[in-house]
Ligand binder design. Structure first.
Ligand SMILES: [Zn+2]
Length: 344
């Protein structure tokens, strides 16, 4: 009898704990929801003001919340308002415009953390752009006709925007154009880090795709990259392979034009050396890659509408192999990595 009462009490106790657990969880969920929803949680006044400017820009450009023609680019999270960080704007954007990371309509262009906060709202079909930036004490908004044709006319592009917008206009326009073309997500991520889309970052992206497809890692291997010129393609390689200089996976050397010309094959100069290194088996295999200008479609490359093999512009200038210390030799300061590969 006693045991039956104890069992009943225990069952009631467990039920109570379970119910209170459910309640706690639902309350916790609600709190998380509030924190993620700027409409429910009060925004810092300057962020709320920026969100208000975005809302005004939406109606100025004739865009409703959730309009698939809208793109928001911003340096929120890097740029500052009166020395204060601006990551909260990232939550305000979806609630005001419907643009979001998941919908591929919100991107964070890399700027120095000392840069003033800005955002740009772009309308795909008209090329209308509203640029809003913190100019110290207030937000300033400019409306710009951001036609893609400006990318081919640097002079007209420099005249299209003034003030703070002029400083960031090429970055915004080149990225918005890539987005409009529907280029691949991974290339957009490279361009987001690089803070613009250009032929160089596209070329680096294609070289990265070539490596993944034709020179994949096997068990126990890791990549090491040595670049022969510090230029735009390298940023794509860093993003695609998480091969940053700080992690000793990418080393940048600078060959002079005359030096680079010595290793030209069919008019193509070395751009990056990629190595598959296996420390356990003490082996290294590498390729010297270049980009063929003739086959490279530049900024139009890697868009969905290409009908030819986009990787045909990536040329292997030389294949080589050695022990695992070869990668370190190529990366040595002051050395000419091509001279090491060509055995000079
Ligand atoms: Zn570039």
């Amino acid at each position: 009898m006693k045991t039956a009462v104890q069992s009943l009490l225990l069952a009631l106790l467990l039920l109570a704990v379970a119910v209170s657990g459910i309640q706690c969880k639902s309350q916790g969920d609600k709190e998380e929801g509030n924190a993620a929803n700027p409409a429910a949680a009060p925004l810092r006044p300057d962020i709320a003001a920026a969100a208000g400017e975005l809302s005004k820009a939406m109606s100025d450009l004739g865009l409703e919340k959730g309009d698939p023609r809208a793109l928001v680019l911003t340096n929120a999270g890097y740029g500052k308002i009166d020395g204060k960080t601006t990551e909260a704007f990232a939550d305000a954007v979806p609630s005001v415009s419907g643009c979001s990371i998941g919908k591929r309509s919100l991107f964070f262009l890399h700027t120095p953390i000392s840069a003033p906060f800005w955002f740009a709202l772009y309308r795909r079909d008209t090329g209308d752009l509203a640029f809003c930036s913190w100019t110290g004490g207030k937000f300033e908004v400019q409306k710009i006709k951001a036609k893609s044709e400006l990318l081919a006319d640097r002079k007209a592009m420099s005249q299209a925007a003034t003030g703070t917008a002029a400083r960031f206009f090429f970055q915004i326009l080149s990225f918005a154009d890539a987005w409009k073309q529907g280029v691949e997500w991974d290339l957009l991520k490279c361009a987001e880090f690089h803070n613009h889309r250009c032929g160089g970052v596209t070329g680096g992206y294609l070289a990265g795709k070539y490596i993944l497809s034709k020179f994949p890692l096997r068990e126990g291997e890791h990549y090491v990259f040595v670049t022969t010129a510090p230029a735009c393609p390298i940023d794509a390689i860093q993003v695609m392979f998480d091969a940053t200089a700080g992690k000793k996976k990418l080393f940048s050397t600078r060959m002079s034009d005359d030096e680079a010309a010595k290793y030209e094959v069919d008019g193509v100069r070395p751009m990056v050396i990629v190595m598959r290194v296996n420390d356990l088996t003490d082996a290294c295999e590498g390729l010297v890659l270049g980009l063929s200008r003739g086959a490279f479609r530049g900024e139009a490359a890697a868009s969905k509408d290409g009908d030819r093999d986009e990787l045909e512009c990536v040329k292997v200038l030389k294949a080589f192999s050695g022990d695992s210390t070869l990668a370190a030799k190529l990366a040595e300061t002051g050395s000419n990595p091509c001279a090491v590969v060509w055995g000079e």
